[in-house]
Design a protein around this ligand. Structure first.
Ligand code: IPM
Ligand code: MG
Length: 354
């Protein structure tokens, strides 16, 4: 099992280092794991003038799975768009055809009071957001900023989806729902946007193949509200790239902190890239205070989805449950009466629990 490890920028290196400790322990246990590190994002730009250096992309292609930290830093915001860190991330997603982004939002009972919502609203929350990751307004052409004849500038992005793109992400959502509570809520803006009117039609058609699954539809504005009002009504939510980006950040706060939310980005063959749903948080980088649990939980997803090793996935997830039950908390999930630990302290606690 070869894993490409791409720490990236900001808190990326420190959170990934904790997940690597977990991998080292599994290696020591005799698991045939091989890891190789490479640069991406601002780190790639600094070293090679490219946020996705050729060598990094080759390594990611050859590896069985990719573990990514995060990319981006304000200091790169004035660079030409093509060499900004985020482009590296979007290019590796597209280049590896990682169209299915799974972002589970699971509330650990002990963290109910860390959420900004009332405990009774979030207690027992277990929802899966399935976000399409290689299409939509993120990649649609035409795009750009140009100058009109009157001298005024205009910005253009294009929201597009074709039927096959919608169908394949729909299948992922329905298949996952079959293993869960058999409910899919498809999120769109079909009252205004033709792209998502087509999205809705394809989902309705696809549902015929899954008679056991209950399909519902929700406009994205209402979905944003319902996630805060009554999040437990959802089992699987499936949506496009931009809506999924926004709703998954929102859903993460239901769980107490975005620092708890892992993600998997998969291709047709379950090869995947695994990364926390959060960003690079340059404001706290290098301070050893970030929460590494989203990254460690992403590793668990890697064993579950790419290596089909459920026992190891469970083992990692149980270790995380144990450290939470033991009362260890990074600052983002700390509440009165619990033990505040650093990023590396949390990594050590997980390794000890393993
Ligand atoms: C995410 C991030 C990325 C996205 C950014 C960093 C390009 O917000 O993974 O959700 O928009 O997809
Ligand atoms: Mg995002």
């Amino acid at each position: 099992m070869k894993i490409a490890v791409l720490p990236g920028d900001g808190i990326g290196p420190e959170i990934v280092a904790q997940a690597v400790k977990v991998l080292s322990l599994l290696q020591a246990d005799g698991m045939p794991l091989e890891t190789e590190q490479a640069l991406i994002g601002g780190a790639g730009y600094e070293a090679a003038g490219d946020p996705l250096p050729e060598a990094t992309f080759k390594l990611a292609q050859q590896a069985d799975a990719v573990l990514l930290g995060a990319v981006g830093d304000w200091k790169y915001d004035s660079l030409p768009r093509d060499v900004r860190p985020e482009r590296g991330l979007l290019r590796i997603r597209k280049g590896l055809n990682l169209f299915a982004n799974l972002r589970p939002a699971l509330l650990y009972p002990e963290l109910a009071s860390a959420s900004t919502l009332k405990p009774e609203v979030v207690a027992g929350l277990d929802l899966m957001i399935v976000r399409e990751l290689t299409g939509d307004i993120y990649f649609g052409q035409p795009r750009g900023i140009s100058t009109l004849e009157n001298g005024e500038r205009e910005g253009v992005n294009t929201m597009r989806y074709n039927e096959s793109e919608i169908r394949r992400i729909g299948r992922v959502a329905f298949d996952i729902a079959m293993k869960r509570n058999k409910k899919v809520c498809s999120v769109d803006k079909a009252n205004v946007l033709e792209t998502t009117e087509l999205w809705r039609q394809v989902m309705i058609d696809l549902a015929k193949d899954y008679p056991e699954v209950e399909l519902s539809h929700m406009y994205v504005d209402n979905a944003a509200m319902q996630l805060i009002r009554a999040p437990k009504q959802f089992d699987v939510m499936v949506t496009g790239n931009i809506f999924g980006d926004i709703l998954s950040d929102e859903a993460s706060m239901l769980t107490g902190s975005i620092g708890m939310l892992p993600s998997a980005s998969l291709d047709e063959n379950n090869k995947g890239m695994y990364e926390p749903s959060h960003g690079s948080a340059p404001d706290i980088a290098g301070k050893d205070i970030a929460n590494p649990l989203a990254t460690i939980l992403s590793l668990a997803m890697m064993f579950r989805y790419t290596f089909a090793d459920m026992a190891t996935a469970d083992r990692i997830e149980n270790a995380v449950k144990r450290v939470i039950a033991q009362g260890y908390r990074t600052g983002d999930i700390w509440t009165e009466g619990t033990t505040r630990v650093s990023c590396s302290g949390m990594g050590d606690a997980v390794v000890a629990a393993l």
